[in-house]
Unconditional design. Structure first.
Length: 113
């Protein structure tokens, strides 16, 4: 029964992730494909009008792909989280303990001179 509940929960999470992330992934991939098609057409075109049309296609594809920037942030978030976890786990992330009155003595000496 426990395995059934685990697999059901995992299946539910996968369905939710696909429903949420699918449009972002699809939008990014489609926009990138449109931009690549525009660059490919620009390189093959001979006339000024076709070059202008392909530049417009590239601009549209880039704008379409930029609309999916949250997808790129979503890809970067686990990497940043893992790096932060690794740094904090190793003990390299330490706050310096400072006495708040150390600087007071220096500043007081400057004022009294």
């Amino acid at each position: 029964m426990k395995n059934f509940l685990k697999y059901t929960a995992v299946g539910f999470v996968v369905i939710m992730l696909v429903a949420i992330l699918g449009p972002m992934i699809g939008g990014f991939l489609l926009g990138s494909a449109i931009a690549i098609f525009g660059v490919w057409g620009y390189q093959r075109s001979q006339s000024f009008v076709m070059k202008l049309l392909n530049i417009t296609i590239v601009a549209a594809g880039v704008m379409f792909a930029i609309g999916s920037v949250p997808f790129l942030l979503l890809l970067a978030a686990p990497v940043v989280g893992y790096y932060t976890y690794k740094v904090c786990k190793d003990g390299n992330f330490k706050l310096k303990e400072q006495d708040p009155f150390d600087n007071f003595e220096v500043e007081w000496n400057k004022l009294t001179k």
